[in-house]
Design a protein around this ligand. Structure first.
Ligand code: AMP
Ligand code: MN
Ligand code: MN
Ligand code: MN
Length: 293
């Protein structure tokens, strides 16, 4: 069974439509796919319909932006009911902040003589949420940097001209929205945060106290060594382990869909949480699970 439980479509900062993403995943041999766009579940219905016609199990999801101790942390929600009111209200607030932030990024870049960035980023986002990636694509196209990575480094990260600090959800809020939506909360790409080992432990401890249950061990953002470190944390803390490519774009993929290494042995895969649970257990969004063909 091949799982990919962290992917993006053009509803957030990916470059494929939800349908094209599902088709690409199916062609690559993925059997269970979660769509986890940033702060928005708007692609889930389309992805679910596409999954039905290509014989893929689809899990509705979202990647929630969280501010914790002055840094941005991403919490992936898996197997949620996308209609859940608290989740939708929370995500709507995050999108409002994004919309102000995008204008502010545009203003800050304009002060440095880079004009038209907001308008261009908004066009690239096609009326959906505007993320830093949309600005990065504009800056590359205009020749301000050679690729997305150096654009982030020189323009869009702390202390750089186009950086605006995040004011995202609190950790306990995000986890509570996910649980109220019947989903499982997962710390995304835990090796990517600028945290010491002990501070990461603190994050994971607080996350578990709030009701968080899993971390990504295998991720497109992790090295082999990162995966080993996160496997140890998962074992020590009895956290479930998840796996996801964090796929955004066929032209810039660190790991292609369907090409993830297997989860290390002796970890509890996160899908046990919905596979083994009795169908009567409240809170699990079984109606959102569809196994096609
Ligand atoms: P945002 O949520 O709008 O602040 O943007 C965060 C997104 O930017 C991440 O989900 C990645 O897709 C992307 N990103 C962050 N750092 C980099 C980088 N160094 N190179 C390319 N993309 C990046
Ligand atoms: Mn992204
Ligand atoms: Mn992320
Ligand atoms: Mn992501």
């Amino acid at each position: 069974m091949s799982y990919d439980l962290h992917t993006h479509s053009w509803i957030s900062d990916g470059s494929l439509s939800p349908t094209a993403l599902v088709q690409r995943a199916a062609a690559a041999g993925v059997r269970t796919l979660a769509l986890t766009d940033h702060d928005d579940t708007a692609g889930c219905d389309e992805a679910q319909a596409a999954a039905r016609s290509c014989g893929l199990q689809f899990l509705p999801g979202v990647e929630i932006s969280v501010s914790w101790q002055g840094i941005t942390v991403h919490i992936v929600a898996l197997n949620i009911d996308p209609q859940a009111p608290a989740l939708q209200a929370g995500l709507a607030e995050l999108r409002e902040f994004r919309s102000w932030r995008a204008e502010e990024i545009g203003r800050r870049l304009a002060q440095r003589g880079i004009h038209g960035a907001y308008e261009d980023a908004a066009k690239r986002a096609r009326g959906r949420i505007i993320g830093r990636v949309h600005f990065a694509r504009f800056l590359v196209q205009q020749g301000y940097a050679k690729d997305l990575g150096s654009t982030f480094k020189h323009f869009l990260t702390p202390n750089k001209p186009g950086y605006v600090p995040g004011q995202w959800a609190a950790l306990d809020e995000a986890v509570s929205w996910i649980r109220a939506a019947g989903g499982v909360a997962v710390v995304a790409h835990p090796a990517r945060y600028p945290l010491t080992a002990s501070k990461l432990r603190r994050l994971l401890g607080e996350f578990m106290e709030c009701g968080g249950e899993a971390i990504e061990v295998i991720s497109g953002s992790h090295s082999e060594q990162d995966a080993q470190t996160m496997a140890r944390h998962a074992q020590d803390l009895k956290l479930y382990a998840s796996t996801g490519s964090d796929f955004h774009d066929p032209d810039n993929a660190r790991i292609e869909l369907g090409r993830l290494p297997p989860l290390p042995d002796n970890l509890q895969p996160v899908w046990q949480l919905w596979q083994d649970a009795p169908a009567t257990q409240p809170g699990l969004a079984y109606k959102n699970l569809s196994i096609c063909n």
